[in-house]
Design a protein around this ligand. Sequence first.
Ligand SMILES: Nc1ncnc2c1ncn2[C@@H]1O[C@H](COP(=O)(O)OP(=O)(O)OP(=O)(O)O)[C@@H](O)[C@H]1O
Ligand SMILES: [Mg+2]
Length: 329
Amino acid sequence: MLKIAIDLGTSVTKIFRIGSGIVLAEPTALTISKETGTIRAFGAEAKRLLGKTAEATDVIFPVYEGEIVDERYAAALLEYFLQKCAKRTFGGIEALFCVPCGISAEGRERYFRIAKSAGISRVNFAETPYLVALGQDVPLSESNPVFALDVGAGKTSAAAFSLDGIIAGLTMNVGGANMDTHLIDHIAELYNLKIGALTAERLKNTVGSLIPHDMKQTVINGRDVTTGRPRSVSVSSQDVLFPIRTYVDKILEYAELAMRKLPAEVSATMCRSGVYLAGGVCNLAGFADYVSQKLQMEAHLAPDVATAVILGGGRVVGSSALMKKICLE
Ligand SMILES: Nc1ncnc2c1ncn2[C@@H]1O[C@H](COP(=O)(O)OP(=O)(O)OP(=O)(O)O)[C@@H](O)[C@H]1O
Ligand SMILES: [Mg+2]
């Protein structure tokens, strides 16, 4: 049986295949014909068209804030990805889905249904904070609790856990996509310039920074709100600091909330061991130092924050002992 881990992210789908490692990382997007609903493009090709499609075409993101919101298109996209990197072999496919902490029974049912329609024969689930730790080789035991944050595009999961299970955890609908949306309004106010979603994301990812006085600069293109003409402006890290920091602060408020629910003993251990960070948004310059200063504990950034969760998923799916311990019932 072919064993794989799948992280169907709001922004990026990642797939790990036992024996090969990470075999796919592509936008969780498709384009469809508005009139007939027929799919025109998948993944990277579809996302490139965001904001550039003709009237008759829509770009669809079937996962929103970490949840499958459109089963039909999610299943079609998954099937396309599996064709690309995990063609059905004799014996079928066993998949571990990396899911937000505290996912509902209904949320899991949706995964079951899309997995079945994409030809997956056995389905398991693991919550992403666990995988953040496993993906950066943090030794887990029954007696040593760990605190981890997965900050993605559509949601953030925070949890304290040991190998025995989750002690306290929560998922909030805040992530990189909120920053992008806010950046669009912010740039319109600041420069009287209307920018698209792809430009906003690129802006965040190139000059977004939590380092005080960071002076990185980039040039962005948009449309002048008054004249309607195309125009370029140079934007600095300081220009985008406010919208970015607002959401990071929100995320850390929730993380503190999760920590406050912990028994005193666990809290003390956690303060010593620090917080483990992963998810694409942790790429923001100065993220770990900012978190460390706000939460007053050491912050450990995964070597590659964007792939830590799926690497953790790969570790679990490759070990029957971890499967027994970590997977949701
Ligand atoms: N250099 C960067 N600076 C800031 N944000 C970044 C950077 N690189 C990527 N990101 C953001 O990280 C997010 C993608 O991260 P990730 O792949 O962890 O999310 P996801 O798994 O698709 O979403 P979710 O876990 O919320 O369902 C996007 O919002 C992307 O813009
Ligand atoms: Mg994710």
